[in-house]
Design a protein around this ligand. Structure first.
Ligand code: DGJ
Length: 689
């Protein structure tokens, strides 16, 4: 029996029957495990009407071995061969991981299953790799990173749309399959590969749950299935275009990583694993001790109307309210007056910037702010010098007109000369100017994802990663924000090479509350771009107070994205005050433990706890149903410590301004809340006495 330990968990992999099964995954077991008992308890009775041995369900179930559910592998050869019977061919430890090798020499297939359990967080990583050991080409239609057994049947999926990302919905897994497909060529707004499967009714703090995420920024599938014997499985893998993946003899394919974590304490128990995991393993610790600067982003302030004098005035005011980085969004490059032209021509527009970007950058840096720049490197408009010179540089199917997305095409980055040309332009910009930050956007779905007549969605995703990696290697000090029409590219694989995710184009704080809540299950707050936008909101038209916009943004990587020239003096003063609090509490906000709280309907509440105290946020999205609000019961505090409580959002009718109480009292009795209208927020600071 192979064993992995981490994060207070033990995982046992059994390959005795020639196949690897996840025999146990749960709370840590003692050193001397009773292998015979684990094996005995894993046995299943076989009902009638099935194959004699029942469903051959394991970590990599195959039809050829008697599995009638959705197999982990679907492949074929020209000669008609499609049956595989992979058998255990060895296991080895590689670093912290266990690798199990399965082989079917007759079918010419070898599969390695790599399983890791992060020692600190207990997040597991599953990944499979197939080598074509046969003599002719092998076509793969589906290959799962792994098939995981499910203990419960309530499936929570992440979905949404542009401008309302990270919305969750629940359904029960009755019979058959629940399949969540993403065919947009980016992580997507509506079908990002995140899910939680838990005990019916699991909540923020209660219920057993399994969280899964496929780290991949292209087409992907998550599936959940109830087998006919009642057992359930989850799989995750890449979605291929028809005939996309054919391996020549000796070639290999490796799946993206399926990350998974178990919790006995609902969604918060999952975040308690995923957040430290992201901090240490996905980001490699590179944001630790690097305070997230307050961004000022020009998009909703000026859109395409770039004028040096105006930009300088915006930078002055941004600096005045406390911004630390100035990000010049879309509209700065040659000919870009709206979204119909010029992607691909990454040179400053001489009409708007007659002396190049230098004067603006000097001004911004003179104010003590870092300078950042928006780019969309994977795209080109038909009306661009780039495509005029190289009309065939797009992903396209010969002789077919493809639908446009935002008037643009996807560049074929799988072609070395295309990737090189884009790299050279970006590299020249970064070499010529002290640019500390790139906002890397990606604004259309992939269709006709073909290169030289072959499907290329998979290779395009890898090529986009390679372009980012190459740029990072050449300019290691430059931070990168991952954006795709808002939150369309948010996943662990892109986050390995980026430092911030633009969560949504929706800056309406009330919508933001639910967007940020959904985002927060798998991602820690410091990578969550959150901006103070204009009122009325440019995406929803809703009016909200400056306080609600600023307090909502404070709980992520805070920024401003509005024409601050139009703010009143009082609003600017209030913004400066809340930004100062962000800076004061940044270490707590970005290093603490984030816990979502169960609030009554129509409200969203959460807190961030650290050694020295906590910040608590309660946002009222709807009108109060009753004449008062139930106290907000807190979590994660030291029960015996005393906390000095202060309400940071002044409110008439606030039953409590300041007080001192133990963590135990606050968890049982809760914080009394002020009366709040829709759009009202109460934020408390708890200082450990
Ligand atoms: C989409 C992004 O999400 C926005 O923030 C902005 O950068 C625009 N693109 C610019 O075109």
């Amino acid at each position: 029996m192979l064993r992995l330990d981490g994060g207070g968990q033990t995982m046992l992999l059994n390959s005795r029957a020639g196949r690897p099964t996840l025999a146990y995954w749960g709370p840590a077991l003692p050193a001397d495990i009773d292998a015979a008992a684990v094996e005995a308890l894993g046995a299943r009775a076989v009902g009638g009407g099935q194959l004699d041995a029942g469903e051959a369900f394991d970590l990599f179930p195959e039809a050829g071995r008697g599995f009638t559910g959705h197999p982990a592998l679907a492949l074929s050869r020209e000669n008609g061969g499609f049956v595989t019977q992979l058998a255990f061919a060895g296991a080895r430890a590689e670093g912290e991981d266990q690798v199990i090798v399965l082989a079917d020499p007759a079918a010419g297939v070898e599969v390695s299953l790599r399983i890791g359990l992060d020692p600190g967080s207990g997040v597991a990583a599953f990944r499979s790799r197939l080598v074509n050991t046969g003599a002719d080409p092998l076509r793969i239609d589906w290959m799962a990173a792994a098939a995981l057994p499910l203990a419960h049947d309530e499936v929570m999926l992440w979905g949404g749309r542009w401008s309302l990302e990270f919305q969750t919905g629940r359904q029960r897994l009755a019979d058959g399959l629940i399949v969540k497909d993403n065919r947009t060529g980016r992580t997507s707004h509506h079908a990002p590969p995140f899910a939680v499967v838990g005990q019916p009714g699991f909540g923020e703090a209660h219920g057993e749950a399994l969280g899964v995420h496929l780290g991949w920024s292209g087409d992907a599938r998550l599936l959940f299935e109830r087998l006919r014997d009642g057992r359930m499985q989850a799989q995750g893998g890449e979605l291929f275009l028809p005939g996309e993946l054919t391996l020549a003899p000796g070639e290999a394919y490796e799946t993206p990583i399926l990350y998974a974590a178990r919790s006995e304490a609902g969604l918060n128990g999952l975040s308690d694993r995923f957040h430290p995991f992201v901090r240490r393993r996905i980001l490699g610790g590179r944001l630790a001790g690097k305070p997230r600067p307050v961004n000022f982003n020009t998009w909703e302030a000026i859109y395409f109307r770039h004028e040096l004098g105006e930009l300088k005035a915006l930078a002055d005011l941004a600096a005045e309210v406390g911004a630390e980085r100035f990000v010049l969004d879309d509209g700065w490059f040659e000919g870009r007056d709206d979204d119909t032209t010029s992607l691909g021509d990454w040179r400053p527009d001489p009409r708007k910037y007659p002396d190049g970007l230098g004067p603006l950058i000097d001004h911004v840096r003179g104010l003590g702010l870092e300078f950042g720049l928006w780019v969309e490197p994977e795209m080109a408009n038909a009306a661009s010098q780039l495509l005029a010179a190289h009309p065939d540089w797009t992903l396209h199917a010969e002789g077919r007109r493809q639908p446009l997305g935002r008037g643009q095409y996807v560049l074929d980055l799988t072609r070395a000369e295309v990737a090189e040309a884009i790299f050279a332009q970006l590299d020249a910009l970064l070499a010529a100017h002290p640019i500390g930050y790139l906002k890397w956007d990606m604004n259309r779905d992939l269709t006709h994802a073909a290169s030289h007549g072959r499907p290329a969605s998979h290779r395009q995703t890898l090529a986009a990663y390679a372009l980012i990696d190459r740029l990072r290697a050449a300019h290691p000090a430059v931070e990168i924000e991952s954006c795709a029409s808002g939150g369309g590219r948010a996943d662990y694989e892109v986050l390995k090479r980026t430092d911030r995710i633009w969560t949504s184009d929706n800056n309406d704080p009330l919508d933001r509350q639910s967007i940020q809540r959904g985002f927060s299950v798998f991602f820690p707050p410091e990578v969550m771009g959150a901006h103070v936008g204009p009122s009325p909101s440019h995406t929803t038209g809703r009016r909200t107070s400056l306080a609600t916009r600023a307090w909502t943004a404070l709980f992520g990587h805070m920024g401003i994205e509005a024409d601050v020239r139009g703010f009143s003096d009082a609003e600017r003063a209030q913004l400066a005050e809340i930004i100062a609090l962000y800076k004061q509490h940044r270490a707590l906000l970005h290093g603490g433990r984030m816990l979502r709280l169960e609030a009554e309907p129509g409200a969203i509440a959460f807190m961030v706890v650290g050694a020295a105290g906590a910040l608590v946020s309660y946002a009222r999205l709807e009108t109060m149903r009753h004449a008062g609000l139930a106290p907000l019961r807190l979590a994660g505090l030291d029960p015996d410590a005393r906390y000095r409580i202060r309400l940071l959002t002044p409110a008439r009718n606030a039953p409590l301004g300041t007080a001192t109480a133990t963590g135990r009292l606050l968890e049982v009795m809760g914080l009394p809340l002020p009366l709040l209208g829709p759009g009202g927020m109460a934020v408390f600071h708890l200082e450990r006495a």
